[in-house]
Design a protein around this ligand. Structure first.
Ligand SMILES: [Zn+2]
Length: 403
């Protein structure tokens, strides 16, 4: 113990993963990078098909033959676009988020189970997203120049609203959340919560294994709806108290440091810049696609064009949003180390997440594609922290005074 070496300790954790498991994790993770391109291609194709079908301009012509009905049109255009898009993209979604997960042993859910969950979430979100577009188009009509600013405020407000209602409206529809049962796990989480000003009455264990075998936990909600939830997969994969300490410390870090609010500020900036680009790109893309029946951005029939531009911008901004996310994750790790003081527990937990996030990517791959710092960097940070906080070297056991 006298010569604790953080680099060697990190290598020892990484060596817990057999070479075959490493190779599989790399194939899964790098294949996932390519899926981003596939998903963009499918989104663009779906939007193009909906544009070619002329369903939205026809709806507009029919409903507005007597008088303008901007609210009704924008609501229906959003509902129809989102529903058609959901159906057209379903085979791709099923491949990426169900079939591939099952192939890699990361899910054991049946297809019908997966489809039911997916349809449920889509159906519950649909009216909210449609209302967002009604408000968005109202802003574009009223403020033809400054709408990127107002729509960024709107997007931030919807994001906060979504974050607040997600644990009470969406999650209970697809998973069962139970308060952590009395026992050492609960006692530990409650004491950590009390020490860090986190409400301790909403600590749940949920049946995450229904959808995914991933070792995971999360914090969700806002103010009164905030809660910490541990997936039952943690316990199925043998999480001990030190691991739970490390993981819960990390999730509490997200809560205490208000990462949801910082995330909202980030979304505000991204949507504002994106809106400014849409103002400039919309006429170009419309001309390129020869969609002469579509008006300006304010025309809800142009929703497919809006989606083509935003899906492309979203993919291009992946390195930015991932860098933002990695900063929050690194901050949550620091919080866990400082306040839960379990560098080894955190590392044991992290190595279990490496099956779905290959632990040692190159720096460019990590910068562009990783929404968490790589597991090897995170464990190294924990081991560096451990080295810096070990205190004086303990007495050797051979010394008679050691007791
Ligand atoms: Zn996190």
């Amino acid at each position: 113990m006298a010569d604790f070496n953080p680099a060697a300790a990190t290598a020892a954790y990484l060596a817990q993963m057999p070479p075959a498991a490493q190779a599989k994790a790399i194939a899964y993770t790098q294949g996932g990078h390519w899926l981003l391109l596939l998903e963009l291609a499918v989104s663009l194709a779906a939007a193009w098909l909906i544009l070619r079908s002329h369903v939205l301009p026809r709806l507009e012509a029919r409903l507005e033959s007597q008088r303008p009905r901007p609210v009704l049109i924008s609501f229906l255009a959003a509902v129809i676009f989102l529903a058609l898009d959901f159906v057209i993209e379903l085979p791709c979604t099923a491949y990426t988020s169900w079939w591939r997960e099952v192939q890699y042993g990361l899910s054991s859910q049946s297809f019908t189970g997966w489809l039911t969950d997916n349809l449920t979430v889509f159906a519950v979100q649909l009216p909210f997203v449609a209302i967002f577009f009604v408000a968005f188009y109202a802003l574009v009509r009223r403020a033809p120049r400054s709408w990127p600013f107002w729509s960024a405020l709107l997007a931030g407000a919807f994001y906060l609203f979504g974050a607040a209602v997600q644990p009470v409206v969406i999650e209970p529809l697809i998973n069962t959340y139970q308060p952590a049962p009395p026992g050492p796990v609960r006692d530990l989480v409650v004491s950590l919560g009390k020490a860090n000003g986190v409400p301790t009455d909403k600590i749940y264990v949920y049946n995450g294994s229904k959808q995914s075998n991933r070792y995971t936990a999360n914090v969700a909600g806002l103010a009164g709806t905030a809660r910490v939830a541990l997936s039952d997969t943690m316990f199925k994969k043998g999480a001990d108290l030190a691991e739970i300490r490390g993981v819960v410390g990390h999730e509490m870090g997200h809560y205490v440091h208000q990462h949801v609010l910082w995330g909202t500020a980030f979304i505000f900036v991204m949507v504002m810049v994106g809106g400014w680009l849409v103002q400039r790109l919309f006429p170009l893309v419309r001309a390129l696609l020869r969609a002469s029946e579509i008006g300006a951005v304010a025309d809800p029939a142009g929703l497919p064009i809006l989606m083509i531009i935003s899906a492309t911008l979203t993919l291009l901004s992946t390195p930015l949003s991932n860098t933002e996310s990695r900063m929050f994750e690194a901050d949550a790790d620091s919080f866990s180390l400082a306040h839960a003081n379990a560098p080894d527990g955190l590392s044991e937990a992290l190595i279990k997440t490496a099956e779905y996030r290959a632990p040692s990517p190159g720096w460019l791959e990590e910068f562009v594609f990783y929404d968490h710092p790589s597991v090897s960097h995170r464990i190294r940070k924990a081991m560096d922290w451990k080295a810096a906080h070990m205190g004086p070297t303990p007495s050797l056991p051979s010394e008679p005074s050691a007791g």
